[in-house]
Ligand binder design. Structure first.
Ligand code: FES
Length: 225
């Protein structure tokens, strides 16, 4: 049975698209060639932030175009980039302290805690909460709470005090990763083994395999607990 089509509006223009498509596929179906606003297509990179409204409903909704399926009467536009503040810093010259965080993003202390950022986050992160942690200078807690951020920038787009929440999050993640996170001994050991050539023979063997055999090996691999 043929799939039914539904009307959607892309930047104000009406198109009929199959009802099962994601927004991203619907854009392409309508003839848009995505040069910006499209990256991993799997919900990880944050390039496809999209704002939409559905006919008859005044509320704005926010989604990732590669994940959200179209709805009839959807008016949509993509926001592949948002010009939020981006501080320049040299991580290797910084200390993982509240003072360093506030100096890099002084506006952070003006956050109102309104929650518009949390409402908009397509990853369902509690952005307001990690901003409160940032105001306390708790870098490790911000890094943990914002770990799933994909830097789409929608939080900054909605903020009444023009915060750059996702940039603050990534700074905390970098400081945490560089200075605060416990060192993984087993990773250091594995790097040493690689450098000593422990896996050279196995790599040579894998390079000689065909795609099918590689697939089977991959499927049969032992997954570390
Ligand atoms: S294209 Fe990467 S999150 Fe949608």
């Amino acid at each position: 049975m043929a799939e039914s089509s539904i009307p959607i509006y892309i930047m104000g223009k009406r198109y009929e698209v199959p009802e099962s498509l994601t927004i991203m596929k619907a854009l392409e179906y309508a003839g848009y060639r995505l040069i910006r606003g499209c990256g991993c297509r799997g919900g990880f990179c944050g390039a496809c932030a999209t704002v939409y409204r559905v006919e008859g409903d005044p509320r704005l909704h926010f989604a990732l175009a590669c994940q959200e399926v179209v709805q009839p009467g959807m008016y949509l536009v993509q926001i592949p980039f948002f010009p939020a503040e981006r501080a320049a810093y040299k991580l290797e010259e910084m200390q993982p302290t509240p003072a360093a965080l506030f100096k890099t993003y002084p506006k952070l202390l003006q956050c109102l805690g309104c929650g518009a950022c949390t409402k908009v986050c397509p990853q369902e992160l509690d952005v307001k909460d990690y901003m409160a942690l940032a105001m306390k200078g708790d870098i490790a807690a911000v890094a943990r709470a914002s770990f799933d951020c994909i830097n789409c920038g929608l939080c900054a787009a909605r903020c009444p005090t023009e915060q750059a929440q996702y940039r603050i999050a990534i700074l905390c993640q970098r400081l945490y990763g560089s200075y605060l996170a416990p060192r993984s001994q087993h990773l250091d050991e594995r790097v040493r083994e690689i450098e000593e050539g422990k896996f050279d023979e196995a790599m040579r063997e894998l390079r000689g395999l065909g795609v099918e055999e590689l697939r089977q090996r991959y499927d049969a691999r032992e997954i570390e607990k």
